[in-house]
Design a protein around this ligand. Sequence first.
Ligand SMILES: *Cc1c(COP(=O)(O)O)cnc(C)c1O
Length: 357
Amino acid sequence: MTAPRLEIDLNKIYHNARTLVDRLADRGISVTGVTKATLGSPEIASALIRAGVTALGDSRIENIEAMRRAHVPASMTLIRSPMISQAERVVTHADVSLNTELDVISRLSFAAKEARRTHGVVLMVELGDLREGIMPGDLENTVRETLRFPNIVLRGIGTNLACRSGVSPDAKNMAELSALADSIDATFGSTLSIVSGGNSGNLTWALSGEDTGRINDLRLGEAILLGRETLHRQPIDGLHTDAITLIAEVVESKAKPSLPWGEIAQTAFGEQPPSIDRGLISQTILAIGQQDTDPCGLHARPGITILGASSDHLIVDSGGGCLCMGAEMTFQLNYSALVRAMTSPFVAKVVNRLIPV
Ligand SMILES: *Cc1c(COP(=O)(O)O)cnc(C)c1O
C-alpha cells in the first residue's frame, strides 16, 4: 500500500464520539463535533453525525464548503471569527459563526441580507485564556448592538479556554459564563439557546459531577479523534487512542555512529545536532518529514526512538537490528502531527468503512 499514509478507523471515531455524546447528554450538554483537524473529511463528519453530535464546527470556511459539497447533513458552525473578506461565503455555507467584532457581524448582516438568508451568531467571551473573546464587561453592549442587525440571529454565547494559555475550565470560570447568560437573558428578555462552554479541555470539568449550570454545548475535536482530554493529555476512559495512525516506509537502515563528525554548524531546521555518544546504533530513515507532519508529535512503538527529522526524512534508532527496505513503521500522533499529516498532499488517507450499527 502507498506510504506515508494515515489509517483512519471510522468505527473507533464513531465509538469515541458516541461515548462522549452519551456521557455529556447525562449532564445536559450536547456536542458540536469539530472537524478542522480532518480537513473537513465528509466521511469523518458523517460518522460524527451518526454518533449523535448536534452540529459540526470547523475553523475554515473551505472545510465547511467541502462538507456542503459532499451533502453532509448538519448544521455547520464556523468556529473561528469570520474574515470580512469571506463574509459572503460564510453566510452562504455556515449556519452559525462564533464572533467577537461588531464590524464583522455588520458585514455578515449585510451579506446575509443580500443573500436573503439569516445567519446565527454566537458571541465569544474572554474568560482568561487570551485568545478570542469579548471582555465580559463589554458583552451586554455587544449583545445590544448585535440584536439590531437585520438578518442576524443571536444564538448564544460561548468561551474558549485551555488553548492559547492553557487556562483550565473550572467551577469559577464556567459559573461566570452561566451568570453572563442569565444576565443577558434578564436584560433582553430573551433565552440564549446555546451556551458553549469550550473544547476538549472542558471534559474533565463537564464530567466531574459538578453543577454544569447553563452550559449546554461543548465543541469537541481532539477528544473524539485522539481519545484524550487536553489539559494533561491523559487517555479518556473507554475511548480509543489509536483511531488514527500514521504509517511510513523505510528507505535506509544501517549501523552508524550516534555522533556526527566534522565541523558542526546549523542543522536544516535549527535543531540541536546529536550530542550523546551511544556508540553504533541501528539508524533507520523513514520517508516522511517536516513537510508531512510534526515529527515532535509522533510516538513510535516501544524499542524505537525518534532521533530527528528534516523536510523529507525521519531518523529513528530502530533498536535491535536493521530493517528491510520497504518495511513499514506505525506511529501514534498528537494533535499537531495529525493536523499537518491531514493537510499534507503527500500523505494518503485510508479510511476504513463504518460498520452499520
Ligand atoms: C479547535 C477549536 C475547538 C475544538 O478544540 P479541541 O481541543 O480539538 O476539542 C473548539 N472551539 C474552538 C473555538 C476551536 O478553535
